[in-house]
Design a binder for this molecule. Structure first.
Ligand code: SF4
Length: 317
């Protein structure tokens, strides 16, 4: 049997030349309702043909090769479920992305997306935000919570960008983490989505799902990043992060995962942790999978083509 290659993580991100935003991938001919029905049917079919739990080897007995294969298969399946997956923060340039990512701490991407249009209209460049009156910025950022600390961070990082980096966001991990309010997670979001450099984003959804899937036993985000990175080629890291986070937000929720409507149930050791009745599970789905608007006010065209709807502006819903 041919051995699956195992790619080890090397830590720092490297350039790949991939584009900033994921290119539009049309999911033509698959309206949202049809795709949801197909997903539920697949999940239901999986339940009927064999108990989903039986499809996964018990924890502890899965070989490294089998784990790599299962992990990559989950990623491939999720790529089919979310062909339009993208960063869920609205941004038009690296400066907007780094600011939006800092603002996204302890709140939803939706709330950030509803707040940043006013911020970037008033302060379009790092120089503008560096010179801003903090009280005026606080008023704009109030809806995102922790608005005083976030104001200090975004003004502080704008000053560093203006003074040390010529007003440009640097494309290197070691420079990004020097900016106020920017840790490895934020840096990888920026590198992966504004510079096309592979990075794994270990947010709360990522941590929860990789544990459910038994990809790693690690609990420290940096160790999770290295362990999961070792299961995939580096070129997959950014899209993998989107797939996992999208699945966590829409289907595999923290409290009630929608197992009965989950297209990767046959590959999941945690099947049954949530609702297994297909009809009840279907009602738990969120955003476009549940027939609701997404998080971005300006989503990529591929999302709209697949039947996704833009989020409403602040105050509209
Ligand atoms: S929804 Fe259920 S079956 Fe699907 S990945 Fe989450 S825990 Fe596993």
């Amino acid at each position: 049997m041919k051995k699956e290659p195992v790619v080890r993580a090397s830590g720092a991100a490297e350039g790949t030349g991939t584009s900033a935003e994921k290119p539009a991938q049309a999911a033509a001919g698959k309206p949202a309702a049809k795709r949801r029905a197909a997903g539920a049917k697949r999940a239901a079919g999986a339940e009927k043909s064999a108990p989903a739990r039986a499809a996964v080897e018990p924890a502890g007995s899965e070989s490294r090769t089998a784990l790599v294969r299962r992990a990559r298969r989950i990623n491939r399946e999720l790529a089919e479920v979310f062909p339009y997956a993208h960063p869920e923060l609205d941004f038009e340039n690296p400066f907007q992305l780094v600011v939006a990512t800092v603002l996204s701490a302890q709140t939803t991407d939706l709330r950030v997306n509803q707040t940043t249009p006013a911020l970037f209209a008033k302060y379009p460049t790092p120089e503008d935000l560096a010179a801003a009156d903090p009280e005026e910025v606080e008023e704009i950022l109030r809806p995102t919570g922790f608005f005083r600390a976030k104001t200090r961070s975004v003004i502080g990082l704008s000053k560093v960008l203006a003074e040390d980096f010529g007003g440009e966001v640097p494309g290197r991990l070691e420079d990004l983490v020097k900016l106020p309010g920017v840790g490895r997670k934020t840096a990888f979001v920026v590198l992966g989505n504004a510079f096309g450099r592979p990075g794994i984003t270990v947010d709360t959804h990522f941590q929860r799902l990789v544990r459910r899937w038994k990809w790693t036993e690690e609990t420290d985000p940096d160790k999770i990043e290295a362990a999961v990175g070792a299961l995939f080629p580096k070129s997959d890291w950014t899209d993998l992060s989107h797939h996992v986070i999208w699945h966590g937000r829409r289907i595999c929720h923290a409290r009630r995962p929608a197992c009965g409507a989950c297209p990767i149930a046959p590959l999941c050791p945690a099947y049954g942790e949530g609702e297994t009745d297909p009809e009840k599970a279907e009602k738990l789905l969120k955003y476009e999978k549940g027939g609701f608007p997404g998080q971005r006010l300006k989503p990529p065209q591929a999302y709209l083509d697949a039947g996704g709807r833009p989020a409403p502006p602040l105050g509209a819903g």
